[in-house]
Design a protein around this ligand. Structure first.
Ligand SMILES: *Cc1c(COP(=O)(O)O)cnc(C)c1O
Length: 384
Protein backbone atom coordinates (compact mmCIF):
# COMPACT_ATOMS: atom_id res chain seq x y z
CA UNK A 1 0.00 0.00 0.00
CA UNK A 2 1.20 3.55 -0.78
CA UNK A 3 1.86 5.81 2.16
CA UNK A 4 1.25 9.49 1.64
CA UNK A 5 1.84 11.95 4.48
CA UNK A 6 -0.17 15.16 4.14
CA UNK A 7 -0.30 16.38 7.74
CA UNK A 8 2.76 18.60 7.89
CA UNK A 9 1.00 21.22 10.01
CA UNK A 10 0.85 18.60 12.79
CA UNK A 11 4.47 17.57 12.49
CA UNK A 12 7.13 16.99 9.84
CA UNK A 13 9.80 14.38 9.16
CA UNK A 14 13.36 15.20 10.20
CA UNK A 15 15.43 16.32 7.19
CA UNK A 16 18.43 14.02 6.49
CA UNK A 17 20.85 16.96 6.81
CA UNK A 18 19.35 17.76 10.19
CA UNK A 19 19.80 14.18 11.37
CA UNK A 20 23.37 14.11 10.13
CA UNK A 21 24.19 17.34 11.98
CA UNK A 22 22.69 15.97 15.20
CA UNK A 23 24.22 12.49 15.32
CA UNK A 24 27.66 13.46 16.70
CA UNK A 25 25.92 15.07 19.69
CA UNK A 26 24.16 11.82 20.54
CA UNK A 27 27.49 9.97 20.66
CA UNK A 28 30.91 11.50 21.40
CA UNK A 29 29.66 15.08 21.67
CA UNK A 30 27.70 14.44 24.87
CA UNK A 31 29.33 17.15 27.00
CA UNK A 32 27.43 19.76 28.99
CA UNK A 33 28.01 23.10 27.21
CA UNK A 34 28.39 24.81 30.61
CA UNK A 35 31.37 22.60 31.57
CA UNK A 36 34.79 24.20 31.22
CA UNK A 37 36.64 20.94 30.50
CA UNK A 38 37.19 19.40 27.06
CA UNK A 39 33.81 17.66 26.92
CA UNK A 40 31.93 20.92 27.38
CA UNK A 41 34.35 23.11 25.46
CA UNK A 42 33.91 20.87 22.43
CA UNK A 43 30.15 21.25 22.20
CA UNK A 44 29.54 24.86 23.35
CA UNK A 45 30.59 26.43 20.01
CA UNK A 46 28.01 24.27 18.22
CA UNK A 47 25.24 25.75 20.34
CA UNK A 48 26.53 29.22 19.44
CA UNK A 49 26.64 28.31 15.77
CA UNK A 50 23.07 27.02 15.84
CA UNK A 51 21.98 30.26 17.53
CA UNK A 52 23.63 32.24 14.73
CA UNK A 53 21.85 30.17 12.05
CA UNK A 54 18.49 30.72 13.72
CA UNK A 55 19.16 34.44 14.11
CA UNK A 56 20.10 34.75 10.43
CA UNK A 57 16.88 33.08 9.27
CA UNK A 58 14.67 35.63 11.07
CA UNK A 59 16.88 38.73 10.94
CA UNK A 60 17.60 38.78 14.69
CA UNK A 61 20.78 39.08 16.77
CA UNK A 62 22.06 35.80 18.23
CA UNK A 63 21.60 37.17 21.79
CA UNK A 64 17.90 37.56 21.03
CA UNK A 65 17.41 33.81 20.45
CA UNK A 66 16.42 31.59 23.40
CA UNK A 67 16.29 27.86 22.80
CA UNK A 68 13.17 26.23 24.24
CA UNK A 69 11.42 22.89 24.33
CA UNK A 70 9.08 23.82 21.45
CA UNK A 71 6.11 25.92 20.45
CA UNK A 72 3.91 25.33 23.49
CA UNK A 73 6.74 26.38 25.78
CA UNK A 74 7.44 29.49 23.72
CA UNK A 75 3.79 30.50 23.78
CA UNK A 76 3.61 29.98 27.55
CA UNK A 77 6.87 31.89 27.98
CA UNK A 78 5.43 34.90 26.16
CA UNK A 79 2.06 35.00 27.92
CA UNK A 80 3.16 34.10 31.44
CA UNK A 81 6.57 35.78 31.22
CA UNK A 82 5.16 39.16 30.19
CA UNK A 83 1.99 39.15 32.32
CA UNK A 84 3.74 38.01 35.50
CA UNK A 85 6.30 40.77 35.04
CA UNK A 86 3.52 43.34 34.47
CA UNK A 87 1.74 42.12 37.61
CA UNK A 88 -1.83 41.40 38.66
CA UNK A 89 -4.51 43.22 36.69
CA UNK A 90 -2.41 43.26 33.52
CA UNK A 91 -4.41 42.96 30.31
CA UNK A 92 -3.62 40.89 27.24
CA UNK A 93 -5.18 41.04 23.79
CA UNK A 94 -5.27 37.83 21.81
CA UNK A 95 -7.58 36.25 19.22
CA UNK A 96 -10.30 33.63 19.06
CA UNK A 97 -8.29 31.46 16.66
CA UNK A 98 -5.01 31.02 18.53
CA UNK A 99 -3.44 27.61 19.01
CA UNK A 100 -4.42 26.01 22.37
CA UNK A 101 -0.89 26.76 23.64
CA UNK A 102 -1.99 30.43 23.69
CA UNK A 103 -5.76 30.14 23.97
CA UNK A 104 -5.96 27.62 26.85
CA UNK A 105 -3.11 29.36 28.65
CA UNK A 106 -5.04 32.66 28.54
CA UNK A 107 -8.26 30.96 29.67
CA UNK A 108 -6.38 29.42 32.59
CA UNK A 109 -4.77 32.73 33.61
CA UNK A 110 -8.19 34.41 33.80
CA UNK A 111 -8.41 32.65 37.16
CA UNK A 112 -5.17 34.25 38.39
CA UNK A 113 -5.96 37.96 38.22
CA UNK A 114 -5.12 38.73 34.60
CA UNK A 115 -7.53 40.04 31.99
CA UNK A 116 -7.95 38.97 28.41
CA UNK A 117 -9.72 40.19 25.31
CA UNK A 118 -10.20 37.67 22.51
CA UNK A 119 -10.63 39.58 19.26
CA UNK A 120 -12.83 38.02 16.56
CA UNK A 121 -11.79 37.08 13.01
CA UNK A 122 -13.48 37.64 9.66
CA UNK A 123 -14.95 34.84 7.55
CA UNK A 124 -11.47 34.06 6.22
CA UNK A 125 -10.10 33.54 9.71
CA UNK A 126 -8.07 36.75 9.60
CA UNK A 127 -7.72 39.15 12.56
CA UNK A 128 -8.58 42.74 11.70
CA UNK A 129 -6.02 45.28 13.01
CA UNK A 130 -8.98 47.58 13.76
CA UNK A 131 -10.37 44.96 16.18
CA UNK A 132 -7.00 44.85 17.95
CA UNK A 133 -6.99 48.64 18.20
CA UNK A 134 -10.51 48.60 19.73
CA UNK A 135 -9.37 46.09 22.34
CA UNK A 136 -6.35 48.08 23.55
CA UNK A 137 -6.48 49.55 27.08
CA UNK A 138 -4.04 51.65 29.10
CA UNK A 139 -3.17 48.53 31.15
CA UNK A 140 -2.59 46.32 28.10
CA UNK A 141 0.82 44.73 28.61
CA UNK A 142 0.81 42.24 25.76
CA UNK A 143 -0.80 41.50 22.42
CA UNK A 144 -0.40 37.96 21.11
CA UNK A 145 -1.69 37.29 17.59
CA UNK A 146 -0.58 34.27 15.58
CA UNK A 147 1.25 34.84 12.30
CA UNK A 148 -0.47 32.01 10.39
CA UNK A 149 -3.22 29.71 11.55
CA UNK A 150 -2.48 26.00 11.85
CA UNK A 151 -5.91 24.86 10.59
CA UNK A 152 -6.54 27.23 7.67
CA UNK A 153 -3.10 28.70 6.94
CA UNK A 154 -4.67 32.20 7.19
CA UNK A 155 -1.96 34.87 7.45
CA UNK A 156 -2.50 37.85 9.75
CA UNK A 157 -1.31 41.43 9.19
CA UNK A 158 1.38 41.30 11.85
CA UNK A 159 3.13 44.43 10.53
CA UNK A 160 0.00 46.55 10.94
CA UNK A 161 -0.92 45.03 14.29
CA UNK A 162 2.61 45.57 15.68
CA UNK A 163 2.41 49.21 14.62
CA UNK A 164 -0.78 49.69 16.67
CA UNK A 165 0.65 47.83 19.66
CA UNK A 166 3.75 50.05 19.62
CA UNK A 167 1.59 53.19 19.73
CA UNK A 168 0.05 51.90 22.98
CA UNK A 169 3.42 51.00 24.49
CA UNK A 170 2.52 47.31 24.89
CA UNK A 171 4.59 44.31 23.80
CA UNK A 172 3.77 42.33 20.67
CA UNK A 173 4.17 38.55 20.50
CA UNK A 174 3.40 36.36 17.51
CA UNK A 175 3.12 32.58 17.36
CA UNK A 176 4.98 31.98 14.11
CA UNK A 177 5.15 28.19 14.43
CA UNK A 178 3.38 27.70 11.08
CA UNK A 179 5.56 30.28 9.30
CA UNK A 180 9.19 29.89 10.33
CA UNK A 181 10.98 27.83 7.69
CA UNK A 182 8.05 28.10 5.25
CA UNK A 183 7.68 31.78 4.43
CA UNK A 184 10.09 34.70 4.95
CA UNK A 185 10.00 35.86 8.58
CA UNK A 186 11.92 38.97 9.59
CA UNK A 187 11.42 40.18 13.15
CA UNK A 188 12.40 43.75 12.30
CA UNK A 189 10.06 44.24 9.37
CA UNK A 190 7.31 42.51 11.39
CA UNK A 191 7.99 44.84 14.33
CA UNK A 192 7.40 42.14 16.96
CA UNK A 193 8.97 41.99 20.42
CA UNK A 194 8.64 38.23 20.81
CA UNK A 195 8.16 35.39 18.36
CA UNK A 196 7.64 31.67 18.91
CA UNK A 197 8.90 28.86 16.70
CA UNK A 198 8.95 25.07 16.98
CA UNK A 199 11.52 22.75 15.38
CA UNK A 200 9.30 19.81 14.51
CA UNK A 201 7.05 21.95 12.30
CA UNK A 202 9.95 22.56 9.92
CA UNK A 203 11.96 19.35 9.71
CA UNK A 204 13.89 19.54 12.98
CA UNK A 205 13.10 17.05 15.76
CA UNK A 206 10.33 17.30 18.34
CA UNK A 207 11.01 18.87 21.71
CA UNK A 208 13.11 21.81 20.58
CA UNK A 209 12.12 25.31 19.54
CA UNK A 210 13.29 28.87 19.83
CA UNK A 211 11.94 32.11 21.15
CA UNK A 212 12.91 35.47 19.74
CA UNK A 213 12.99 38.09 22.51
CA UNK A 214 13.90 41.59 21.37
CA UNK A 215 16.92 43.10 23.11
CA UNK A 216 15.81 45.04 26.19
CA UNK A 217 12.50 43.17 26.64
CA UNK A 218 12.36 41.73 30.16
CA UNK A 219 10.17 38.83 31.19
CA UNK A 220 9.84 36.50 34.16
CA UNK A 221 11.47 33.16 33.26
CA UNK A 222 8.99 30.35 32.70
CA UNK A 223 11.62 27.84 33.80
CA UNK A 224 13.86 29.25 36.50
CA UNK A 225 17.04 27.74 37.88
CA UNK A 226 20.43 27.78 36.19
CA UNK A 227 21.84 30.59 34.13
CA UNK A 228 21.58 28.87 30.75
CA UNK A 229 20.09 30.80 27.81
CA UNK A 230 21.01 34.22 29.26
CA UNK A 231 19.22 33.31 32.50
CA UNK A 232 15.86 33.31 30.74
CA UNK A 233 15.40 29.56 30.30
CA UNK A 234 17.12 27.33 32.84
CA UNK A 235 18.09 23.73 32.21
CA UNK A 236 20.97 21.93 30.53
CA UNK A 237 20.73 22.63 26.83
CA UNK A 238 19.21 20.03 24.49
CA UNK A 239 22.38 20.09 22.41
CA UNK A 240 21.35 17.58 19.70
CA UNK A 241 17.99 19.31 19.30
CA UNK A 242 19.57 22.78 19.21
CA UNK A 243 22.10 21.69 16.59
CA UNK A 244 19.20 20.11 14.69
CA UNK A 245 17.07 23.25 14.66
CA UNK A 246 20.11 25.27 13.56
CA UNK A 247 20.60 22.89 10.63
CA UNK A 248 16.87 23.05 9.80
CA UNK A 249 17.15 26.86 9.59
CA UNK A 250 19.99 26.52 7.08
CA UNK A 251 18.01 24.06 4.97
CA UNK A 252 14.96 26.31 5.13
CA UNK A 253 16.93 29.36 4.04
CA UNK A 254 18.30 27.47 1.04
CA UNK A 255 15.08 25.73 -0.03
CA UNK A 256 12.32 28.16 0.94
CA UNK A 257 11.80 29.62 -2.53
CA UNK A 258 11.82 26.22 -4.23
CA UNK A 259 9.41 24.71 -1.70
CA UNK A 260 7.08 27.65 -2.02
CA UNK A 261 6.93 27.21 -5.79
CA UNK A 262 6.79 23.41 -5.93
CA UNK A 263 4.60 22.63 -2.93
CA UNK A 264 2.36 25.61 -3.67
CA UNK A 265 1.73 24.33 -7.19
CA UNK A 266 0.96 20.87 -5.81
CA UNK A 267 -1.46 22.29 -3.23
CA UNK A 268 -3.23 24.28 -5.93
CA UNK A 269 -3.48 21.26 -8.22
CA UNK A 270 -4.90 19.17 -5.38
CA UNK A 271 -7.41 21.89 -4.54
CA UNK A 272 -8.56 22.24 -8.16
CA UNK A 273 -8.77 18.48 -8.61
CA UNK A 274 -10.93 17.96 -5.53
CA UNK A 275 -13.20 20.93 -6.34
CA UNK A 276 -13.78 19.53 -9.84
CA UNK A 277 -14.41 15.94 -8.75
CA UNK A 278 -16.51 16.41 -5.62
CA UNK A 279 -19.64 18.57 -5.98
CA UNK A 280 -20.46 20.91 -3.10
CA UNK A 281 -16.96 21.13 -1.62
CA UNK A 282 -15.90 24.54 -0.31
CA UNK A 283 -12.47 25.84 0.63
CA UNK A 284 -12.21 27.42 4.08
CA UNK A 285 -9.96 30.42 4.50
CA UNK A 286 -8.67 33.06 2.14
CA UNK A 287 -7.69 32.03 -1.42
CA UNK A 288 -4.46 34.06 -1.37
CA UNK A 289 -3.72 35.10 2.19
CA UNK A 290 -2.81 31.65 3.44
CA UNK A 291 0.36 29.60 3.72
CA UNK A 292 1.07 27.82 0.42
CA UNK A 293 1.15 24.35 1.98
CA UNK A 294 -2.28 24.31 3.64
CA UNK A 295 -5.67 23.28 2.25
CA UNK A 296 -8.75 23.31 4.47
CA UNK A 297 -11.98 22.09 2.84
CA UNK A 298 -15.53 21.22 3.91
CA UNK A 299 -17.37 18.32 2.31
CA UNK A 300 -21.16 18.69 2.32
CA UNK A 301 -23.10 16.83 4.99
CA UNK A 302 -20.43 14.32 5.98
CA UNK A 303 -18.11 13.76 8.92
CA UNK A 304 -14.54 14.81 8.17
CA UNK A 305 -13.56 12.11 10.65
CA UNK A 306 -15.19 9.41 8.47
CA UNK A 307 -13.39 10.59 5.34
CA UNK A 308 -10.12 10.83 7.22
CA UNK A 309 -10.51 7.22 8.41
CA UNK A 310 -11.24 5.93 4.88
CA UNK A 311 -8.25 7.84 3.50
CA UNK A 312 -6.08 6.38 6.24
CA UNK A 313 -7.10 2.90 5.07
CA UNK A 314 -5.64 3.85 1.69
CA UNK A 315 -2.43 5.01 3.36
CA UNK A 316 -3.21 8.73 3.16
CA UNK A 317 -2.58 10.71 6.37
CA UNK A 318 -4.57 13.94 6.68
CA UNK A 319 -6.28 15.69 9.57
CA UNK A 320 -9.72 17.00 10.47
CA UNK A 321 -8.33 20.14 12.09
CA UNK A 322 -5.59 20.70 14.57
CA UNK A 323 -4.09 17.48 15.91
CA UNK A 324 -4.43 18.92 19.39
CA UNK A 325 -8.20 19.41 19.15
CA UNK A 326 -9.25 16.60 16.85
CA UNK A 327 -9.38 14.00 19.60
CA UNK A 328 -11.81 16.13 21.62
CA UNK A 329 -14.60 15.40 19.13
CA UNK A 330 -15.84 19.00 19.26
CA UNK A 331 -16.28 21.08 16.10
CA UNK A 332 -13.28 23.30 15.46
CA UNK A 333 -13.15 26.50 17.53
CA UNK A 334 -11.32 28.14 14.64
CA UNK A 335 -13.97 27.36 12.02
CA UNK A 336 -16.66 28.36 14.53
CA UNK A 337 -14.96 31.74 14.99
CA UNK A 338 -15.03 32.15 11.18
CA UNK A 339 -18.81 31.77 11.32
CA UNK A 340 -19.05 28.30 9.80
CA UNK A 341 -22.06 26.34 10.98
CA UNK A 342 -21.57 23.05 12.85
CA UNK A 343 -22.40 20.90 9.78
CA UNK A 344 -19.82 22.58 7.57
CA UNK A 345 -17.32 22.50 10.42
CA UNK A 346 -17.77 18.78 10.98
CA UNK A 347 -17.22 18.02 7.29
CA UNK A 348 -13.76 19.53 7.34
CA UNK A 349 -10.48 18.06 6.22
CA UNK A 350 -7.09 19.73 6.60
CA UNK A 351 -4.46 18.71 4.11
CA UNK A 352 -0.97 20.12 4.65
CA UNK A 353 2.03 19.53 2.39
CA UNK A 354 5.72 19.66 3.12
CA UNK A 355 9.19 18.33 2.53
CA UNK A 356 9.04 14.85 0.97
CA UNK A 357 5.77 15.27 -0.94
CA UNK A 358 5.81 14.62 -4.69
CA UNK A 359 3.51 15.02 -7.68
CA UNK A 360 2.83 11.26 -7.39
CA UNK A 361 1.40 11.84 -3.91
CA UNK A 362 -1.05 14.33 -5.39
CA UNK A 363 -1.96 11.93 -8.21
CA UNK A 364 -2.64 9.21 -5.64
CA UNK A 365 -4.88 11.44 -3.49
CA UNK A 366 -6.75 12.67 -6.57
CA UNK A 367 -7.37 9.04 -7.51
CA UNK A 368 -8.52 7.90 -4.03
CA UNK A 369 -10.22 10.87 -2.37
CA UNK A 370 -13.03 11.86 -4.77
CA UNK A 371 -14.76 8.44 -4.97
CA UNK A 372 -14.55 8.00 -1.18
CA UNK A 373 -15.92 11.49 -0.54
CA UNK A 374 -18.69 11.12 -3.11
CA UNK A 375 -19.77 7.78 -1.63
CA UNK A 376 -20.00 9.31 1.87
CA UNK A 377 -21.92 12.29 0.50
CA UNK A 378 -24.42 10.00 -1.28
CA UNK A 379 -25.00 8.04 1.93
CA UNK A 380 -25.43 11.14 4.07
CA UNK A 381 -28.93 12.18 5.12
CA UNK A 382 -27.65 15.78 5.10
CA UNK A 383 -25.99 15.47 1.68
CA UNK A 384 -26.78 17.90 -1.06
C1 LIG B 1 2.21 22.99 16.67
C2 LIG B 1 1.89 24.38 17.08
C3 LIG B 1 2.22 24.84 18.37
C4 LIG B 1 2.82 23.94 19.42
O1 LIG B 1 4.13 23.58 19.14
P1 LIG B 1 4.77 22.32 19.89
O2 LIG B 1 6.21 22.38 19.52
O3 LIG B 1 4.09 21.11 19.33
O4 LIG B 1 4.55 22.48 21.35
C5 LIG B 1 1.93 26.15 18.68
N1 LIG B 1 1.36 26.97 17.79
C6 LIG B 1 1.03 26.57 16.54
C7 LIG B 1 0.42 27.54 15.59
C8 LIG B 1 1.28 25.26 16.15
O5 LIG B 1 0.94 24.86 14.92
Amino acid sequence: MSRVYLDHNATTPVHPEVLEAMLPFLTDGFGNPSSTHWAGLEVAPHVDRARASVARLIGAKPEEIIFTGGGSEGDNMAIKGVLMRAGKGAHCVTSEVEHPAIYSTCKMLEGYGFEFTYVPVDKYGIVSPVEVQKAMRPETALVSIMFANNETGAINSIVEISEIVRQYGALMHTDAVQCVGKIPVNVNSLGVDMLTSSGHKFNAPKGVGFQYVREGVETVPLISGGSQEFGVRAGTENVPGIVGIGAACKVAMREMRKRHDELGAMRDRLERGILEAVPGVVVNGHAERRVYNTLNMSFPGIEGEALMTLLNQEGIAVSTGSACASDSGKPSRILGAMGLDAVRSRGTLRISLGYGNSEQDIDYVLEKLPPLANRLIEMSPLGS
